[in-house]
Design a protein around this ligand. Structure first.
Ligand SMILES: C[S@@+](CC[C@H](N)C(=O)[O-])C[C@H]1O[C@@H](n2cnc3c(N)ncnc32)[C@H](O)[C@@H]1O
Length: 362
């Protein structure tokens, strides 16, 4: 792909149709079928742009695998049960989860594996990580068949496109992306004020200059997942970084080579993401008739699932270097100053189910 090909494509789009929403810009930059960020690369890991929890330590996927097996048991051990992951990255989480969940007799045999993934290079990595298992891939969640469902999405919702709205003296205006004066340059402009923007009611009284973010794709997905588990039975775990409660604020960001990057520079070459608004996700899931649990902080959730004991077992008898790696993985996943607080875990389930890790959550 020639450098700048996606910027050229976006410039053409804006020249023809006028300024586009940030959501459209993100969707093209991340998911354009040929030129999008995820279409040509594996961005995860030290040599990539960012690192994720399953790549930090095997304990993350293992505990999620045991969580799925426990929920399956509480559900009455349905056979078959769909075990789905959205945005599975390198397939590491699912491989670790299945290895750990094999301790629960019958669970792996009853599970039908469905992965929702848009990236061809990452699908290839998932195929290698899950070699020997029967896996079905889908471009979106609608392709996952109807049946009792266990679903995991780690760092998927932050990658879904968002729209931004700004409160001005004239009312709420959408922030739009226009071309700048130079070639391949983009800048933000304001659309016309409107009362029809899809803002949560509690944002409408925000002060002048406030910016609010909404992810229509994320909310639609949470609602669809909620409708599925409410109807067919099951539970979903959504893990991501963001605030527990909704509040106005600007979180759109870009990362390249583990460092901050300009969102509107070199589209297609860097990750673009935004904090997940768990308050809005909870409302969307509840609208569909599902029960919502949490969100709780990732550190608290993993501690409740027994990450301390798992780390001790892994460190016992390990070489000093391996024991150090286990300890630093534990700290990275759970300590508040690392991933323990910023990352939250939300469960969506059929009404009446209390999933592990959420027993004492109001
Ligand atoms: C930040 S990575 C997280 C990967 C993995 N869950 C992990 O924790 O390592 C985002 C993942 O979502 C996938 N993805 C991005 N947009 C997607 C979409 N619209 N539908 C499905 N998968 C998507 C990416 O290809 C990638 O696998």
């Amino acid at each position: 792909m020639p450098p700048g090909a996606l910027a050229e494509h976006l410039s053409d789009l804006i020249r023809t149709a006028g300024p586009i929403s940030i959501a459209r810009y993100m969707a093209e930059a991340m998911g354009h079928p040929r030129l999008g960020y995820y279409m040509s690369r594996d961005p995860i890991g030290r040599s990539g742009d960012f690192i994720t929890a399953p790549e930090v330590s095997q304990m993350f996927g293992e505990l999620i695998g045991l969580w799925c097996a426990t929920v399956w048991d509480v559900m009455g051990r349905p056979d078959p049960v769909i075990l789905a992951e959205l945005g599975p990255g390198r397939g590491t989480l699912m491989a670790d989860a299945l290895r750990a969940a094999a301790r629960a007799p019958g669970f792996v045999e009853a599970s039908r594996l469905h992965l929702v993934e848009t990236s061809p290079p990452l699908r290839k990595k998932q195929r290698a990580a899950l070699a020997g298992r029967h896996v079905s891939w889908h471009d979106n969640f609608d392709g996952v068949p109807d049946a009792p469902l266990l679903l995991v999405a780690n760092e998927l919702f932050d990658a879904l496109p968002i729209r931004q709205f700004e409160r001005t003296r004239g009312g709420w205006c959408e922030r739009l992306v226009d071309t700048g004066p130079a070639c391949h340059e983009f800048r933000l402009v304001l659309g016309a004020p409107s009362d029809a923007h899809p803002l949560p009611d509690r944002f409408r009284g925000a002060p002048l200059g406030a910016v609010c973010e909404v992810s229509p794709a994320g909310l639609a997905l949470a609602e669809t997942i909620g409708a599925r588990v409410a109807r067919d039975g099951g539970a979903a775990l959504i893990i991501d970084y963001g605030a527990r409660d909704s509040a106005p604020g600007e979180t759109l960001q870009s990362v390249r080579g583990h460092k901050g990057h300009e969102v509107f520079e070199a589209p297609g070459e860097a990750d673009i993401c935004a904090h997940v608004d768990f308050g809005q996700l909870c409302e969307a899931a509840r609208r569909s008739g599902a029960a919502v649990h949490g969100p709780v902080e990732q550190g608290r959730f993993l501690q409740a699932l027994g990450i301390g004991a798992r780390a001790a077992a892994l460190a016992k008898g390990a070489t000093p270097a391996d024991a150090d790696a286990v300890r630093s993985g534990l700290a990275r996943l759970t300590e508040p100053a690392q991933m323990g607080s910023l990352f939250k875990v939300l469960a969506i389930s059929h009404p009446g189910l209390i999933p592990p890790g959420f027993e004492d959550v109001p």
